[in-house]
Structure formats: C-alpha cells, structure tokens
Design a protein around this ligand. Structure first.
Ligand SMILES: [Zn+2]
Length: 260
C-alpha cells in the first residue's frame, strides 16, 4: 500500500509541492520510491544527498570501498573522521542526520562483472534483488565492466537507469528506460570510451558533484513521470568551455542487447 505524506512532511516539502509539475502527487511518488545507487564515490554521494534531502522514501547504497583522504575534496558527504571506515555506513549516518524519514539499506559488497554482456553474471542474489526492487537505478561507478553489467541487469529487470560519468573537466549523463528508449550498450557501440580512472586522469571536484546532482534530478523526474526526459540522448558537460551539449543517438544502432 502506498504511503501518504504526513502533515509535517507536506510542510517540509512545501517548496516542491507548490511547483505545479510536482504537486502532492509528485512528492508522494518520491516518498514511495526506492532508488538504488551503485557506487558511493563523487557521483553517488552527490546523488544520495539530493535524493535523501528531497524526500525519496528509500535508498539502497552499494559500495565495498572505505573512505580515503583523497576522496574528501569531492565526496563532500564524508568528513575526516570517516577516513578508514566503510563508505556506505558513513554515508548512511550522514544521510540519516539529513532526513531521518529516509529508509536506507546499505550493501558493502563488490559489484562483480561478467566478461561480456552475454556472459552469466556473478552477482549475489542480494545485489540482484536490490536492483529488482528499485524504481530507478543510478550507475555511479567508474569502470566499463560494472557499467555493462548494470545496464544488462536494468534491461532484463525492466528498471530505468540513470548513468553518470565524470573525468578531468568533463561530465556525461545518459538515461535508459527499458521499452521506451535505447540502452547504455547502444551508446557504447557509438562511443567506445577508454577505461581511464580519475586516479590516472584526474578530476575537477565540482564536476562530479554537478553530474551526481543531475543524476538525482533525472531520477526524480523519471519517478514523477515528467515528459521532458532526454531519451536516446547523451548529455555532455565541459567545465572549460561551460557548454552543455545533447547528442541524439542515430537510428539503426547495432545493439546486441536491446536490438533497437
Ligand atoms: Zn541497446
């Protein structure tokens, strides 16, 4: 049974509710939603903070890493006292302080990857369940193997996916809604990106926060059934030219997964 906003919650989210495109229905859609965030680094912490504060009812956070001092310049959910502790536990403590109504499940497990998108996944049943019960999945990971696996699972489980990436001064976003739009594998056939990490290439701190925050916004718009979701579109952001660009995927992409 779906939950209704309490009087206190309706007051708290008033600035949202007065927006005609959100209204009570939109805020209640957030309250009843479960969003799974895979990767609690720069993207994941920015996304989780916005989703939790905005009134999303349930979050599932997946990451097996611990907080390091080199994370602190951009993963602003963490403090110096968190260094050496588990990321998902530290994130849960801070997020609960922001919004105690948000039900947060944490999974400190590695996200295993198959050798190809056709291979059998080695995902634990608990991780699979977490994605299965999510209304939207946010891919906040930093490697292509995980991205391929998350796309495959979201496609098979019919779960909308909001993918984000950031490196150097560049960010990118892609939304995949099974049955309604192309999948992340379609994008990969067109833009074969090198699997560079932020350790090797560097990352300008605000860029990950911008992309993670944008992922949160897109997820909320998907949940509230907005009609402006950028489907079949790669969105890119360049912090040096200050340009946002939308790249439409051409028709006839040869994708072995969604066969668009
Ligand atoms: Zn596809």
């Amino acid at each position: 049974m779906s939950k209704s906003l309490t009087h206190q919650q309706a007051m708290r989210y008033n600035r949202h509710i007065v927006l005609p495109k959100v209204d009570l229905d939109g805020q209640e859609a957030l309250l009843n939603a479960n969003i799974c965030i895979i990767g609690i680094g720069g993207l994941g912490t920015a996304a989780a903070t916005n989703l939790c504060a905005s009134g999303v009812g349930s979050l599932t956070l997946i990451d097996h890493d611990t907080v390091e001092a080199t994370n602190l310049p951009r993963q602003t959910l963490f403090s110096e006292q968190d260094v050496g502790t588990n990321k998902v536990e530290a994130a849960k403590a801070r997020l609960t302080a922001i919004n105690s109504d948000c039900d947060i499940t944490v999974m400190a497990e590695p996200f295993s990857a198959p050798s190809s998108t056709k291979g059998n996944t080695q995902l634990s049943p608990a991780l699979k369940q977490a994605i299965e019960r999510a209304d939207v999945v946010l891919d906040c990971t930093d490697n292509t193997d995980s991205r391929d696996l998350i796309n495959l699972l979201c496609f098979k489980l019919n779960t909308p996916l909001v993918s984000g990436a950031a490196i150097r001064f560049e960010g990118q976003l892609f939304v995949a809604i099974p049955g309604e739009s192309r999948c992340y594998a379609c994008l990969r056939t067109l833009f074969e990106s090198p699997d560079l990490s932020c350790v090797e290439a560097g990352i300008f701190s605000p860029v990950v926060n911008i992309v993670g925050t944008y992922q949160a916004m897109l997820a909320m718009q998907v949940l509230m059934d907005f009609d402006n979701i950028p489907k079949n579109t790669l969105m890119t952001f360049d912090a040096l030219s200050h340009e946002w660009r939308n790249w439409k995927l051409p028709k006839g992409v040869d994708c072995e997964l969604c066969a668009c």
